[in-house]
Write a protein that binds this ligand. Sequence first.
Ligand code: SAM
Length: 182
Amino acid sequence: MPPAPRRHAPPRVDVLRLGHRAARDPRLTTHLALTARAWGAERLFLHPPDTELAARLSRVNGRWGSAFEVVGVKDWRPTVREHSGHVVHLTMYGSPLDVVLPELVAQSSLLAVVGGAKVPAAMYEMADWNVAVGHQPHSEVAALAVLLDRIRGTPAPGALPGASHAIVPMARGKRVVEVHRP
Ligand code: SAM
């Protein structure tokens, strides 16, 4: 589905991931971080912190560009309270995304929150919107990807700032070229 029509720049988005279990789900959270980065989010606040995951994303930036940051947080509440934007918490129990979308695209800055196995009840109270991407359980990666695609659109081809490499889109095969910085 195309992103909602808008008259101004899409909101800047930071993401907060609650309940990361470094030993159990490094791959899932890495995919969440890659998704946030690819759709142009600025930062992933990761609770609890995981320095290895942050280093992995920094290596991705080195090759493919962007200034995306993984910021470890020991206590997630100040991150939510002190964020400059409004807070959209993704949960299958929330309001339908289609209903809330016009309000979301009108924001200049958003903090998108996704959970893990169990989200503290306080998060539902602290959010400006609790939003469902369909009302069936699926995945934080899928929920975030759909949200970002609807509010920011699908990323266009081309190298991101600072990239050393870029993909040349093609119907078959794979082509990666080096980017020569001035
Ligand atoms: N009971 C959870 C819930 O509230 O959505 C599902 C747990 S799921 C393993 C982990 C995370 O995926 C949730 O905290 C939520 O952020 C996201 N998620 C899963 N299904 C979703 C849906 N239908 N809509 C929005 N977010 C969803």
